[in-house]
Structures are given as structure tokens and as C-alpha cells.
Design a protein around this ligand. Structure first.
Ligand SMILES: [Zn+2]
Ligand SMILES: [Zn+2]
Length: 183
């Protein structure tokens, strides 16, 4: 499959030909339709997040179709359209996982950082961290929701019935949330 590879931080991504990944028992194999660009991807490529898997396929706002499933996958079927976000693995036993705050997991792994991501024709992802994308929602509009939209909506929900909301520094999250707040 064609894939864009980060071999060394601060160097341009390189087009490469990689084997199609095989899903493990908990994973789905996804044929990627779209993968948005997040500011975090640029931090990784620029070497500002300092411990990426290398070489790495970046990209963590992935939309695609399930092409194969691992033997223990229960939530998804071949043909489902799914989204894959930044959080790609948690340990299920640290104090954060046990208190419903898996986003803070001490042993988390992240798509397009510790795990290969979506700048490729195919990717694999743990079914626990995939979302079903509603059928009528276009790929290109769905992809940015997997990070900017998801993080922004979480913050928006915490504002309760605030009459005024300010945004600070959130790039795509801000432009999505401004639309949401106006609606
Ligand atoms: Zn992101
Ligand atoms: Zn944990």
C-alpha cells in the first residue's frame, strides 16, 4: 500500500510502499477514505513531541471502511464506515482508567504517534477506540471531528448554559465549535 512515512523529525514525509497491516484479534483493518491534518501532526513532524514511533505513518483523524476484522471484534462488521481518533490504546488498570478518565491513562498510545496512523491506504485500529460514522455524513466533514471536533465538543459540554464562550489556541476545534455554538 502507499503510505506517507516520517523517518526523522524535521524532515519531509516520504511516500513509501508498505505491506497492508494485519489486524490483531481486537483490531479492524480500515481502507482509509480521508485523514485530516491536526496541529499535533505538525508538532510531531517538527520534533516538538519527542517520542514518536519511527518510522511512523502520521495522521489521527481517520475515516474509512472496515475491510477485515480480528477474531474477537464485536462492535464492527466488514463494510462499516468508521472513524479513528488520537487515543488508540489504554491500559485498563491505572488509576485514570479505573476512574473513567482513560484520556489521562499513564500508558496510553496514540494514533499517528506511538501507533501508525492514517496517511496511508490502509490502517489498523483497536475496535474500542473506533466510532461508527453515520451513513449520510461525508468523509471530509467527518474527519476533522475525530480530533478537533471531539476535543472541542468535550470542552463545549463543560460550558453548560454559559452565555458567552471564548476560544483559545485550538485551531480546528475553534472553527468547528464556533459553528456548533452558533447552531
Ligand atoms: Zn489532533
Ligand atoms: Zn490506564
Amino acid at each position: 500500500m502507499r503510505a506517507m512515512i516520517l523517518e526523522t523529525p524535521r524532515k519531509p514525509l516520504r511516500l513509501d510502499d508498505l505491506p497492508v497491516p494485519k489486524p490483531n484479534p481486537q483490531q479492524v483493518l480500515i481502507h482509509v477514505h480521508a485523514c485530516a491534518v491536526c496541529r499535533t501532526d505538525l508538532h510531531i513532524v517538527d520534533g516538538e513531541l519527542t517520542h514518536p514511533k519511527l518510522p511512523l505513518v502520521p495522521g489521527h483523524q481517520i475515516v474509512g471502511t472496515v475491510e477485515a476484522i480480528g477474531e474477537r471484534v464485536e462492535k464492527f462488521h466488514v463494510g462499516d464506515r468508521v472513524g479513528v481518533p488520537w487515543l488508540g490504546h489504554t491500559c485498563n488498570h491505572c488509576r485514570y482508567c479505573l476512574s473513567g478518565r482513560e484520556n489521562l491513562c499513564d500508558y496510553a498510545k496514540f494514533t499517528g504517534y506511538n501507533l501508525d496512523g492514517g496517511y496511508a491506504e490502509y490502517t489498523v485500529a483497536d475496535e474500542s477506540f473506533c466510532f461508527l460514522i453515520p451513513g449520510d455524513y461525508p468523509d471530509l466533514q467527518a474527519a476533522p471531528l475525530l480530533c478537533g471536533g471531539l476535543i472541542g465538543y468535550r470542552a463545549y459540554r463543560m460550558t453548560g448554559d454559559a452565555e458567552k464562550i471564548g476560544f483559545y489556541g485550538f485551531g480546528s476545534a475553534a472553527h468547528i465549535l464556533i459553528q456548533l455554538a452558533r447552531y
